[in-house]
Design a protein around this ligand. Structure first.
Ligand code: P61
Length: 458
């Protein structure tokens, strides 16, 4: 990494006040929320690191674009702007807007998955896994072993394990519907996938006649890591790297709420006109006419402009640099995190943070609650609660990683806010031995982390 000093590549034009709360107030609110931070009102959160999804700040150029929304039911000019941008930047001919990323998953999977088939991913994100299972298909995670080792410094921990990929394709043959690479790999810590690995994965999938897609939510952050770390690609223009990533794939699902820098929106992009034709049928059913896909014309305009802005050296250096700075403060204080830090978040390694709690005591959720109580900082558990149960057996998944994610919204918080976050985490770390676990009070059948409630264990 270049150590040259770089300040934010923007200045601030509009501010939104945030309020400090007292510990007593937070204790009351978290109890009322059933110890589920999704149920805490956002005004009572000082630094909100629940997600980097849809929580970023748009640029003045994006805001100006909102005024140019063409709200026609069909053939909006903003759709054409989005389509042109996706063609130019990503190289996919066909674009179907969707209300967000999971809408694109729903449309794609409706078109290409049949009951009983397999989807092979480096690591499925939870909505992707849920959509695969909803279609009665089997999601398999095939990331390299280093992905599950929080102290491994492998530069591309999101990579596919190519031997396991070959083995899964050999074992399940024509029952494999799709190979999907999630860039960056969110469940594994926001870790990048190398271009070499994408190319090899794509070639293996092609050899088995299976289409290869990207879950491209954080494609620009992934490209930044390739530019920084990958032999042969270091220093090459980001636009070229993005294009090389996309060239590996038959299409992508995209949540615009991440690297398209918008508060709502997504799309499915495709090369094959036949898959596009099939996908459009489902798009009409679930999302809306394929030139608006559940969005207003103005949303499409903001997304087109966000895609144009995100592939930028200065922006991405700032973006990844801010995540890295927070990680550095925590490491200096001896706080265990997923290393090296990824592109959008710092992930606390709960197994080493709270070694006295076992997974049934929901240590990730307990730690997330403690961070809120301590400093009004809201993160999210990516562990046992999120993983859910195997629908076939009803058994808990017990993920190999138990993490609390501190996801940094794009262009929203200053480094001073993140100093506060570091201080909060360090204070909790100092009293970690006193932290007790949680148990489910109410456990919903799917995506249980959103609506579950908990009670503290004595
Ligand atoms: C997030 F707690 N991510 O990271 P949509 N693929 C990938 C994602 O990261 C992703 C989607 C697809 C979120 C939001 C989120 O249980 C949760 O636009 C790699 O959110 O539909 C979303 O994109 C889906 C947080 C989603 C959660 C579900 O925070």
């Amino acid at each position: 990494m270049s150590e040259a000093f770089h300040a934010e590549p923007f200045r601030i034009k509009v501010v939104e006040p945030v309020r400090r709360t007292t510990r007593e107030e937070r204790a009351r609110l978290v109890q009322e929320a059933g110890y589920n931070l999704f149920h805490v009102p956002s005004e009572a959160v000082y630094v909100d690191l629940l997600t980097d999804s849809g929580t970023g700040a748009m640029s003045d150029r994006q805001w100006a674009g909102l005024m140019l929304g063409d709200e026609a039911y069909a053939g909006s000019r903003n759709f054409r702007h989005l389509e042109d941008t996706v063609r130019r930047l990503l190289g996919f001919e066909h674009v179907i807007p969707t209300h967000q990323g999971r809408g694109a998953e729903h449309v794609l999977f409706s078109a290409v998955l049949r009951e009983g088939q397999y989807v092979l991913n480096n690591m499925h994100f939870d909505t992707t896994r849920a959509h695969v299972q909803y279609r009665k298909c089997v999601p398999l995670d095939l990331a390299i072993a280093e992905a599950y080792n929080p102290t491994s410094s492998h530069p591309f921990k999101g990579n596919f394990d190519l031997d396991r990929l070959e083995a899964a394709l050999a074992a399940h043959g024509d029952k494999v519907a799709l190979v999907l690479a999630t860039v960056t790999c969110n469940t594994g810590g926001g870790q990048p996938v190398s271009l070499d690995n994408l190319e090899r994965t794509s070639a293996i999938a092609a050899r088995h006649g299976v289409p290869f897609f990207l879950d491209a939510c954080r494609f620009a952050e992934n490209a930044f890591f390739i530019q920084e770390r990958e032999p042969g690609w270091a220093g090459r223009p980001l636009g070229e790297i993005v294009r090389a990533m996309m060239d590996c794939a038959a299409g992508c699902t995209m949540s615009g709420k991440k690297d398209a820098l918008v508060n709502i929106g997504g799309f499915l992009a495709l090369r094959d006109p036949e898959v596009y034709r099939q996908a459009m049928v489902w798009a009409v059913l679930f999302e809306g006419f394929p030139t608006y896909g559940g969005l207003a014309g103005r949303d499409l305009e903001a997304m087109a402009r966000g895609l144009e802005e995100v592939v930028d050296d200065d922006y991405l250096r700032y973006r990844v640099g801010q995540v890295r700075r927070l990680a550095g403060l925590l490491l200096e204080a001896g706080v265990p995190i997923m290393e090296p830090p990824g592109g959008h978040a710092v992930y606390l390694d709960v197994r080493r943070f709270l070694p006295h709690l076992d997974q049934d005591q929901l240590p990730g959720q307990s730690l997330a609650v403690e961070l809120y109580l301590e400093g009004g900082v809201r993160g999210v558990e990516i562990g046992t609660v999120l993983a859910g149960r195997d629908p076939a057996t009803g058994e808990n998944y017990y993920p190999r990683l138990e993490l609390v994610r501190l996801a940094i919204p794009r262009r929203v918080y200053t480094d001073r806010h993140l100093d506060w976050v570091a201080q909060t985490v360090c204070r909790v770390h100092e009293r970690r031995g006193d932290i007790k676990g949680l148990a489910f009070d109410y456990e919903p059948p799917v995506l249980r982390h959103f609506t579950a409630t908990f009670r503290p264990l004595a």
